[in-house]
Design a protein around this ligand. Structure first.
Ligand SMILES: [Zn+2]
Length: 198
C-alpha cells in the first residue's frame, strides 16, 4: 500500500502499547507532514532517553546513572520501602507527598494470562535488599486489580519469615484499577492507614 519506509514507520509505531493499526497509520502520515526539525527532535528525544536512562541498580526505578535520585537522597528513610509495579506507580505515590522512604520497583506484576511469573519480576533483588539493607517495613503498594493483588499475596507469603514488617495500603483505592487512577488524597489516606499483612 505504502512505500517501504512509510510502511516500516507504520509497523514500528504499531508495536507501541495502546497504538492500533489505524493510529499507527495516522501518526506516520502526520510525521511525514511535520518539518525535518520537528521530526529530528522526536528521534533525538528517543535516542537521548535510551542512551542516558537506565534502571537504578538498587530499586529499579528509572535512573540517569547507577542509582536514581530517590535512592541518592540522604533525607529519605531507608528503613521503609514501598514496593510498586512500575515507575509510574512510584510517581503516583510521590505525588501524595505522604511517603518519605525508599522504593522497590518490581517492573511488572504476576499475570498467568500474560505468562508473567515471579521469576520475571525483581523479587530476587528485593530479597537481596532485605538481606543487605536495614529495611524494617515493606509496603506492598501494587495495583488494586487482579494481577496486583496476586503479586501482593505472593510477596506476603514469601516474606512471611523475612523478619520485616509487611503492610498494605488501607482499602479505599478504586478497585480493578491502577494506582495512578487514584487521586493524591485517596492514595495518601490509603498509605497513612496501611495495615499489617498477616
Ligand atoms: Zn533507586
Amino acid at each position: 500500500m505504502y512505500a517501504a519506509p512509510v510502511q516500516d514507520l507504520i509497523d514500528e509505531l504499531g508495536r507501541l502499547p495502546g497504538i492500533g493499526p489505524k493510529s499507527a497509520q495516522r501518526i506516520a502520515l502526520y510525521l511525514l507532514l511535520v518539518s525535518k526539525d520537528d521530526a529530528a527532535r522526536l528521534t533525538q528525544a528517543i535516542t537521548q532517553a535510551k542512551e542516558r536512562i537506565g534502571w537504578c541498580q538498587r530499586c529499579f526505578n528509572i535512573a540517569e546513572g547507577p542509582e536514581c535520585d530517590i535512592c541518592l537522597d540522604p533525607k529519605r528513610d531507608p528503613t521503609v520501602v514501598c514496593v510498586v509495579e512500575e515507575p509510574k506507580d512510584l510517581v503516583a505515590v510521590e505525588r501524595t507527598r505522604e511517603f518519605t522512604g525508599l522504593y522497590h520497583v518490581l517492573q511488572g506484576a504476576i499475570s498467568p494470562i500474560e505468562g508473567i511469573g515471579p521469576d520475571q519480576l525483581r523479587i530476587g533483588e528485593l530479597h537481596r535488599r532485605i538481606a543487605e539493607e536495614a529495611i524494617e517495613e515493606l509496603i506492598l503498594c501494587t495495583n488494586p486489580n487482579i494481577e496486583g493483588d496476586a503479586t501482593a499475596l505472593y510477596l506476603a507469603n514469601v516474606l512471611r519469615d523475612s523478619g520485616v514488617r509487611v503492610t498494605r495500603p488501607a482499602s479505599g483505592l478504586p478497585v480493578g484499577g491502577e494506582l495512578d487512577y487514584a487521586d493524591e488524597l485517596t492514595l495518601g489516606r490509603a498509605l497513612r492507614g496501611r495495615t499489617a499483612v498477616d
